[in-house]
Design a protein around this ligand. Structure first.
Ligand code: FAD
Ligand code: MG
Length: 316
């Protein structure tokens, strides 16, 4: 059974096999909707919007799952020395890159806004399920991690319904359950970040029971006066992050980790990203750098087939 729905500003595709497919899929979509209602920065009444509205004023009581996702995001802020920062919200809204009115903020705005970004000014009182932001104008944006969380939760619902083979794709955040019905592994294409068309690939990963998440700058961007501005922002400069990477694909059975590591690696660059990836358990990667070199981490070398026109980077 397959379905596609627009959720979280992207297309959420599900292909589910087995006799409970229909019921399982309904419940999985309902779970994703529940997470969007809680964690979307675009929904007035969401828990994240309530926290942002109360910035500098008072703590807000939120669900345990929002606390858990925020704590995970702060873990990656620590691991990347603040390059990944869930308080990126003011900059994301100033640039408006996923909206119909993207713009280049003025230098004065950038100066003021970068000052508002600091994950260390998020106060979490987990025992009381409370979150507060120290200063007015601060804002949380979980765009780099909550889709991965939603994928994990949707897969947990499918598995709880006895599903043993499924393909779930939340706007490029893929999770495969088991193998395909014919028992062959799922084959997941990694998009060529240099090509306009979506159906050209860097290579294909054969995988079962894991998540494959790609961060790149080829979908959410705008061009002004010949300059391309993408959606992964550097909290220090306030501008789209400069990276020696063109795209990052992370493979992990924990999609929340894959989502956060994909964005983090893009932000900290190839060498530091490789070290981060090697330091984390059950995390593998395919990194495509600006010179079209493809680095594949040791644990998935024999599951990856590279496409023509790309060179394998054999360094460790
Ligand atoms: P990733 O690389 O995973 O993340 C990039 C996103 O992370 C940016 O879009 C920004 O949100 C954030 N970010 C940027 N720089 C940093 C940084 N330095 N540190 C941490 N985070 C950073 N999109 C819509 O267009 N409309 C919607 O209504 C909408 N609702 C959403 C609701 C939820 C709950 C979630 C999780 C996402 C929603 N999105 C929506 C999509 C959101 O914009 C995506 O996260 C975005 O498309 C990027 O996802 P990605 O995996 O491609 O990029
Ligand atoms: Mg991501």
């Amino acid at each position: 059974m397959t379905q596609s729905r627009i959720m979280m500003g992207t297309v959420v595709d599900m292909r589910v096999y087995g006799k409970s497919a229909e019921k399982a899929m309904e419940q999985a979509y309902a779970k994703i909707q529940e997470i969007e209602n809680r964690m979307s920065v675009n929904l007035e009444g969401s828990e994240i919007s309530q926290i942002n509205k109360a910035a500098g004023l008072n703590p807000v009581k939120v669900s345990t799952e929002t606390i858990a996702v925020l704590q995970k995001a702060i873990e990656f802020a620590q691991l990347t020395n603040g390059a990944f920062d869930p308080t990126i919200g003011p900059l994301v809204s100033a640039w408006g890159i996923s909206t119909d009115h993207p713009r280049v903020p003025t230098v004065i705005e950038i100066d003021y806004l970068t000052d508002l970004i600091n994950w260390q000014d998020v106060e979490i009182k987990a025992e009381e399920n409370q979150v507060s932001l120290a200063r007015p104008g601060m804002a949380i944006d979980l765009g780099a991690i909550a889709k991965g969380y939603a994928a994990d939760e949707a897969v947990a619902v499918l598995r709880a319904n006895g599903v043993e083979s499924a393909f779930v794709n939340l706007g490029g955040n893929v999770y495969v359950i088991g193998a395909k019905p014919d028992n062959s592994p799922w084959r997941i294409g990694i998009r060529d970040p240099f090509a306009q068309e979506a159906n050209s690939f860097v290579g294909v990963i054969s995988a079962t029971d894991t998540s494959v998440v790609t961060s790149g700058t080829y979908e959410r961007y705008f061009v002004k006066n010949g300059v391309t501005y993408h959606h992964i922002l550097d909290p220090k400069t306030g501008y789209p992050a400069e990276s020696d990477l063109a795209s990052v694909t992370i493979i992990s059975p924990e999609s929340i980790v894959a989502d956060a590591v994909s964005t983090s690696t893009f932000l900290i660059g190839k060498e530091a990203g490789k070290a981060l990836i090697e330091s984390l358990p059950n995390v593998e990667a395919v990194l495509v750098d600006k010179d079209r070199n493809v680095w594949v981490s040791s644990g998935i070398r024999n599951q990856f087939e590279i496409a023509e026109g790309f060179a394998l980077d054999e360094t460790r």
